[in-house]
Structure formats: structure tokens, C-alpha cells
Design a binder for this molecule. Structure first.
Ligand code: G6Q
Length: 528
């Protein structure tokens, strides 16, 4: 890739750029914000605080054209088998395609199946809320325990928290993900099996953590209500019908999805049932509509106005040409407190790869290390490094103009902090301004994007998530990698299998290194 004309032009351009700061760009151009920001209804992206010029953007656009990003995008929407290592189409967009959609996975129509499952999810959600679907003792459900991990957990949890409204939510939805017994025990304490509905969310229905947690919750239910209670108290969200039946859940309590839905892209599918149960069907529907609006924008907007493409290109510039290989996600909205964790999986599992689709090695950095916390909390924690660490960490700030509460003073402070942080990162403070004290110098010129949402609701949340899904897609397309497999999680899983035996049966493990053997012996000696 570095040999390609567009890549080489960017390498030459970055050298020509040395010594010019973002502050210089703003001084020279009073229209810079207008020039380097773009909006769709309800959302604005300001990317002016990046070290870019019109020429930089033009060259990045050349790179996107050279990599045929638009052609690759169209192939994804057309249901081509773009996840080649798993021989699958990638069609999470079909899940939110709406009533008139006609998506095809490798030629086979899928929109009818999608509509059928959505309709069953709606009927079920409304029946639970109406108390028509209830527990074995006739009491309506009050709590939902959603058991699942990774892609079957992070998206639904993030969205449930973002849309939470204690005044109107019909049900309390809790999540159990970690195989650590503390997780399930902490959730179950205080819940009543009679009024608890359990969702087992697992595409494969074989994931060790989820099946272990599901079995524990099943015992918790059946110990009190009897074995027959599984039929009324359990629901499966899965692609694996036989395993669901073997677990004891009837097919009419199973909401399926398909192999062309990747785990981390699955919150729009049956995996999103916790969101519908928590926030109500109209909210889930609005979430899908918001994502669909972003899909349509991604498909049709010219590159220079295309939010996912712009977010992706500024990221490529920061990672590959300026050498900034991290990304801080900083939502200034407490309701988005799990967005960093969700985007961490979305980005790092999709683009943390070192080979191209064809298996040839890449010699450039790919997906960034993603981390973050809501502002203002993060300011009192890790922002020190963002401002004064020797490495530059690009940041995505997310601000919401209108909060979901009436505490104006709080919101004014929150927004002022958000604006101040990106300004401080860019402007910095010179030694002279710091009155000669080197400890109070900020080198500045640190890049960030700011996304402004009019308000945070199901529609804008759908737009926001889809924006990042497509950003990740565009970056993967430019690097030529498969963003939709995740072989990197396999090796550790395999090794855990043989170590489990060594721990549970204190057998001698095969082929472990000296450190692992020493740790194993210590644990086996110390365990009571
Ligand atoms: C996501 C990954 C991974 C997956 C979990 C859970 O894209 O594939 O995080 O979602 O491993 O898998 P199951 O849904 O099959 O339990």
C-alpha cells in the first residue's frame, strides 16, 4: 500500500506539513469551521480540529477512490460475500432496512425473514408489557436478565442505558456477561424468580461463558419454580435452533437471526430484544429508523459531505500519516457511559488485523486502540496524558445540545467542559504563557473531532451507532482487511480449554510455558 500513488502522495504531503499547527490554520481561515464541518438532521460533525487542509482531504479522497471504498460499500449493501474468511455476506443494514426493503444475501432474499422476526419481537414485547406473557405463578414480569457476552451484550447494554427512562420503562433490564460468578450473583440478588424473564442471547448458543451463566440462572429459576418454569421464563436469541431446544427453550420462544449478522453488529436483530423490552417497541423502531437514515446518508452523500467517510479519513490520516494510533471516545452524556466499551469492541475486533483479505501481510498500522469514559469523569482521570503525554491521542468528543433533564446549570457546565477540552488540546499553552514553568506547558496541536447531537433519543442513537459502524467499514476497506471476522479471539479460547482441565482436575497441563505452569501451581496450591 505505501507504494500506491495515493498513499505516496499523502506521505509527501505530511512532510510538507511539518511545523504548521492547527492554530495557524484557524488564524489563516476564519471560515475553517464551516469548511470542515458537516451535518445531517440532528447531528453535526466538526472535524476542523484536525491537522488537515483542503489538500489533505483531497488526497485522502484520492486514497478512498483508489481503494474503491464506494464500490466496496455498494458490495456490502448488495449482500456480496465480503466476509471472505467466513464465506458470508455482511448485512446488518438489512435488519434496519424498513418495511419496503428488499435486501439479498448472496442473491437470496432476506428482508421477509427480517420483517417476520421483528413482528414476532414486537408482539412478544407488547404482550410482556401488557402482562399477557407472564411467569408460572401468573405474576407479570418486572425484571429481565439478559445473559450474553461480547457482541451479544455490549450493544444492547449500551443502548438500554442510553435510552433508560425510569419514569416510563416498564421493566428493569439487567445484564450478565462475565463468567466470573460475582457477575451473575450480583445481578440475581434481590430479584424474584416469579417475576423474572431470562433472555439467553448467543448467536452460536455454545459460548462457554453464556452457557455457564444461563445454566446457573436456570437453576435459580427451577429451584424455586420447578423444572417446567423454563418454558415460561426463558427466551433464546440465537441462530442455533437445535442447541436452543437442547437447553429446554421452545422454538416459539426463540427469536432467530442469521449468519450474515456479525456479533458486534447484531443489536439491530433479535439480540436487541432487551432494548425493546426496556424502552418499548416504538423506541426500538426509532433506533432502527435512525440507523437506516445514516445508511442512506452513507450510501448517497458525496465523499466531502459523508459523515462516516470523513470520520474514517481523518482517522486514517491520524493513524497512518501522523502516527497517532489510539482513539479516545469521550461522550459528554452520562447516558452514553457504555458507548466507549461498545465502540472499543466494534473498532478493535473489526480492524485489529495484520493481514489483508487475501492473507498478505500489511505493513501499516490498522485499527486504533480505543478507550474512553464519559466527560467530565474522564477529565479527572486520564486526560492528563491526553494533554501532556508525549504521544498524541486523537479524541472524539460527543456533545448533546438538549439534555433529557431540566437541570440547566449542570448541562451548561457539562457543555462548557466539553468545548474547553477540545480547545485546550488544540491551543495548548506556551512556556511564556506558563510564566516559564515547564510543568504547566501544554504542547497543544492535538487533534479531535466533535459530534454534536441535537438530543439523545432512539433515533439519534441509531444514527450515531451506524455512523461508527460505517466509519469502521471505510477504514477496513482502505486497509484492505476483513473487518467482519475475529480469528484473534480463538487462540486464547483454545488454551483456556486445556487449562480448565488442569485447574478443575489438577492434572498436568500439556505444553504450557514455565510462567503459566508456575501460576497454575500457585493457584492450585492456594485454592481452598
Ligand atoms: C462479535 C464477536 C463476539 C461474539 C461473542 C458472543 O462480533 O463475534 O464478541 O459476539 O463471542 O458470541 P455468541 O453470540 O455466539 O455467544
Amino acid at each position: 500500500m505505501p507504494q500506491s500513488p495515493a498513499w505516496n502522495a499523502l506521505l509527501a504531503h505530511v512532510n510538507a506539513h511539518q511545523g504548521v499547527t492547527m492554530g495557524d490554520f484557524f488564524t489563516a481561515d476564519s471560515e475553517r469551521f464551516t469548511r470542515f464541518s458537516t451535518a445531517v438532521p440532528g447531528m453535526l460533525l466538526d472535524y476542523s480540529k484536525n491537522q488537515i487542509t483542503e489538500q489533505t482531504l483531497g488526497l485522502l479522497g484520492d486514497l478512498a477512490r483508489e481503494r474503491d471504498v464506494e464500490g466496496q460499500r455498494d458490495a456490502m449493501f448488495a449482500g456480496a460475500v465480503i466476509n471472505r474468511t467466513e464465506d458470508r455476506a455482511v448485512l446488518h443494514t438489512a435488519l434496519r432496512g424498513g418495511p419496503t426493503a428488499d435486501f439479498r444475501a448472496n442473491g437470496a432474499p432476506v428482508s421477509g425473514d427480517v420483517a417476520g422476526v421483528l413482528s414476532r419481537m414486537q408482539t412478544f414485547t407488547e404482550a410482556v408489557h401488557a402482562g399477557e406473557v407472564c411467569g408460572t405463578t401468573g405474576k407479570p414480569f418486572r425484571d429481565v436478565v439478559a445473559v450474553g457476552i461480547g457482541g451479544s451484550h455490549l450493544g444492547p447494554e449500551m443502548a438500554v442505558l442510553a435510552l433508560k427512562n425510569p419514569a416510563t420503562d416498564a421493566l428493569n433490564v439487567h445484564f450478565v456477561s462475565n463468567v466470573d460468578g460475582h457477575d451473575v450473583l450480583q445481578v440475581l440478588v434481590g430479584l424474584n424468580p416469579e417475576t423474572t424473564l431470562v433472555l439467553v442471547a448467543s448467536k452460536t448458543f455454545t459460548t462457554q461463558e453464556t452457557m455457564t451463566n444461563a445454566a446457573t440462572v436456570r437453576s435459580w429459576i427451577t429451584d424455586i419454580l420447578g423444572a417446567d418454569a423454563v418454558a415460561q421464563h426463558f427466551v433464546a436469541l440465537s441462530s442455533n435452533g437445535p442447541a436452543v431446544t437442547a437447553f429446554g427453550i421452545d422454538q416459539d420462544r426463540m427469536f432467530p437471526f442469521w449468519d450474515w449478522v456479525g456479533g458486534r453488529y447484531s443489536l439491530w436483530s433479535a439480540i436487541g430484544l432487551p432494548i425493546a423490552l426496556a424502552a418499548g417497541w416504538p423506541q426500538f423502531d426509532a433506533l432502527l429508523t435512525g440507523a437506516r437514515d445514516m445508511d442512506n446518508h452513507f450510501k448517497s452523500a458525496p465523499m466531502a459531505k459523508n459523515l462516516p467517510i470523513l470520520l474514517a479519513l481523518t482517522g486514517i490520516w491520524n493513524i497512518n500519516f501522523l502516527g497517532h494510533t489510539c482513539l479516545a471516545v469521550l461522550p459528554y452524556d452520562q447516558r452514553l457511559k457504555r458507548l466507549p466499551a461498545f465502540l472499543q469492541q466494534l473498532d478493535m475486533e473489526s480492524n485489529g488485523k495484520s493481514v489483508r483479505q487475501d492473507g498478505t501481510p500489511l505493513d501499516v498500522a490498522t485499527g486504533p486502540v480505543v478507550f474512553g469514559e464519559p466527560g467530565t469523569n474522564g477529565q479527572h482521570a486520564f486526560y492528563q496524558l491526553l494533554h501532556q503525554g508525549p504521544q498524541k491521542v486523537p479524541a472524539d468528543f460527543i456533545a448533546v445540545a438538549n439534555p433529557g433533564h431540566g437541570l440547566k446549570e449542570h448541562h451548561d457546565q457539562l457543555l462548557a467542559n466539553c468545548l474547553a477540552q477540545s480547545q485546550a488540546l488544540m491551543q495548548g499553552r506556551t512556556l511564556e504563557q506558563a510564566k516559564g514553568n515547564p510543568h504547566r506547558v501544554f504542547s497543544g496541536n492535538r487533534p479531535s473531532n466533535t459530534l454534536v447531537l441535537d438530543k439523545l433519543d432512539a433515533h439519534t442513537l441509531g444514527q450515531l451507532i451506524a455512523l461508527y459502524e460505517h466509519k469502521v467499514f471505510v477504514q477496513g476497506a482502505i486497509w484492505g482487511i476483513n473487518s467482519f471476522d475475529q480469528w484473534g479471539v480463538e487462540l486464547g479460547k483454545e488454551m483456556a480449554g486445556s487449562l480448565l482441565q488442569a485447574l478443575s482436575q489438577t492434572t498436568d497441563p500439556d505444553g504450557v510455558d514455565g510462567s503459566t505452569e508456575g501460576l497454575l501451581n500457585t493457584l492450585n496450591t492456594w485454592r481452598e
